[in-house]
Design a protein around this ligand. Structure first.
Ligand code: GLC
Length: 577
């Protein structure tokens, strides 16, 4: 059986795979999608605030902590940060359960800290993208407290309720519930409420125009403060068929086709665009990209006025504990590039806060290969067409945590799934083994600043254990080492920033069937770059069909180059002269 993790991460995209195969791929055309926009040129750095830097010794990262590291952010030369939710929250799901959308989580600080942070970012020419979590709220939000208090309360229709005298509602799957049942019975009004995520994350009713207006007002509140964009969390689930029909047998195989992208989603996004995005000129990125290329295009096609860019999961889902196929990886990223060659825009990423660490999943985190493969993967992210997203710590090659006991984990979804496994007498050792590779807590351990206690993250006991390897993987050491992953990433960021060809240039896969090397060119306005990436731990040959003797290397992760022979995990970018 597939464990929850794979399920959760893939449901966001699995039907997309099927959908894509069914959709005729767009033909490459000579017209390249190069309408210039700041958010296309942006290099986004994702900060997981709970684990980034703690300023007050409570073991939990906070806004003052981020403020104290603004110069570090500037030293990376990234141009935007996306910070995971920092609104008031009881933290059932680390901030993805919001109890007040206009206040700062008490562990994270105050609104004054937020204002200082935003100013500090803007002073350094770094934009701020906020997480917008409005498929659901916390059950501790005032709206929900009111809503559940009586059937006639004016907030009742802010959520989805099913009166018990109508019988049990048709089954809906919950991603985070111990029993995966999305309907929770509430005796107060003898009704069930819907929660696609945990019981403490009731789904908001987007059919209600009053609720929608509340959300736009919240967005305006933050836009008026001067933020630069929104990342729409789990928004594909917001529209629902509220008659809650029985799903046909076997629907689980195509879960997303039933649970997400109900057509009304486009009306909501158009309305949101008109009310907020358009008025404030803020950028917008979806979590996910719908269930097919058609969906993805509909979300981000400029003429439709919905969102700016899609964030497709098909690529990040490729890595499995048993490994992954490099040709498959190339195929997926090439397919997405080709589909967006003319219109629309995508994000490029290999990790985020819902994934285990990039180098442990897509690279090789052994002592010998960790730095090389991390450099190679960062070269990939920063040389593809689409806005690159770097997840904090990946610029250091931070690795999976290696937790072995369930008590080491903090993620509510993981702990609920563990309980589910216990209840059904699942294979616990196998479950724990899987967690070591794929649990999202792997990507949430404290950021490794230096080799002092708790990796310089906090003077108190961290909310989740620090990875033991912090004494050898940390910012302080890497800043001093000219050969470090950190210095390599900084250089690669400069290369992307000073070569628009890497942003807008036409992507062309070469040596397509090469089993281990990912090679492509980028071309724009007479400039041509060649990117060679050996994704394997073997010396590999590539056939570029180009005269490399005449090419100028711009960045490389080995001291010497041997033309079309690439060392394990070698990465090099040439400018073709
Ligand atoms: C998104 C977030 C994830 C969260 C979930 C529920 O997928 O990325 O972290 O748990 O939504 O809000």
């Amino acid at each position: 059986m597939r464990y929850f993790y794979i399920f959760f991460l893939t449901i966001l995209s699995i039907s997309l795979v099927t959908g894509c195969q069914n959709t005729k791929e767009k033909q490459l055309s000579s017209v390249v999608n190069s309408d210039e926009k700041w958010w296309k040129e942006a290099i986004v750095y994702q900060i997981y605030p709970r684990s980034f830097k703690d300023s007050d010794g409570d073991g939990i990262g906070d806004l003052k902590g981020i403020i104290s590291k603004l110069d570090y952010l500037q030293s990376l030369s990234i141009t935007a940060v996306w910070i995971n939710p920092f609104y008031s929250s009881p933290n059932d799901d680390n901030g993805y359960d919001i109890s007040d959308y206009r206040a700062i989580m008490k562990e994270y600080g105050s609104m004054e800290d937020f204002d200082t942070l935003l100013k500090g970012l803007h002073d350094r020419k770094i934009k701020l993208v906020m997480d917008l979590v409005v498929n659901h709220s916390s059950d501790e939000h005032e709206w929900f407290k009111q809503s559940r208090s009586s059937r006639t309360n004016k907030y009742r229709n802010y959520y989805h309720w099913w009166d018990a005298e109508r019988g049990k509602p048709n089954y809906r799957y919950s991603l985070f519930d111990v029993n995966h049942d999305a309907w929770k019975y509430d005796s107060l009004t003898n009704s069930y409420y819907l929660h696609y995520f945990s019981r403490k994350q009731p789904d908001l009713n987007w059919e209600n125009p009053t609720l929608r207006k509340e959300v736009y007002d919240i967005m305006k509140f933050w836009a008026d403060k001067g933020i630069d964009g929104f990342r729409l969390d789990a928004f594909g689930f917001a529209a629902k068929d509220t008659s809650f029909p029985v799903f046909p047998k076997g629907y689980e195989k195509n879960f997303m086709a039933y649970y997400s992208m109900v057509p009304a989603i486009h009306d909501y996004l158009k309305e949101m665009n008109k009310e907020v995005f358009n008025k404030y000129n803020v950028m917008s990125v979806a979590e996910g990209a719908g269930n097919s290329f058609e969906d993805a295009h509909n979300l981000v096609d400029e003429s439709r006025n919905e969102l700016n860019m899609a964030y497709a999961f098909e690529g990040v889902d490729i890595a499995k504990a048993e490994g992954y196929s490099i040709p498959h990886f190339k195929k997926v990223f090439s397919k997405w590039d080709s589909a967006f060659n003319n219109k629309g825009w995508i994000s490029i990423f290999l990790a985020n806060h819902d994934q285990a660490r990039m180098v442990s999943r897509f690279g090789n985190d052994s002592e010998a290969n960790r730095d090389l493969s991390a450099k190679m993967l960062n070269t990939f992210i920063l040389s593809m067409r689409g806005t690159p997203y770097l997840y904090n710590g990946d610029e250091l090659a931070m690795t999976n945590a290696g937790f072995s006991k369930i008590t080491d984990y903090r993620d509510m979804a993981t702990l609920n799934e563990y309980q589910n496994q216990l209840n059904k007498k699942g294979n616990i050792p196998a479950f724990l083994k899987r967690l070591q590779f794929e649990c999202r807590d792997n990507g949430r351990t404290p950021f490794q600043w230096d080799n002092s206690v708790n990796a310089g993250f906090s003077t108190g006991a961290p909310w989740i254990q620090v990875n033991k390897n912090y004494t050898s993987i940390n910012v302080a050491d890497q800043e001093k080492d000219a050969n470090s992953v950190l210095n390599y990433v900084k250089k690669m960021i400069q290369i992307r920033k000073s070569n628009q060809v890497l942003v807008y240039g036409k992507y062309n896969l070469i040596d397509k069937d090469n089993p281990t090397v990912y090679a492509y060119t980028r071309e724009w306005k007479g400039k041509k770059m060649l990117v060679l990436l050996n994704f394997s731990n073997q010396t590999s040959k590539v056939n570029t069909g180009l005269n490399l003797a005449k090419a100028k290397p711009l960045i490389q992760n080995y001291p010497n180059l041997y033309g079309e022979t690439l060392q394990p995990y070698e990465a090099v970018i040439y400018q073709i002269l």
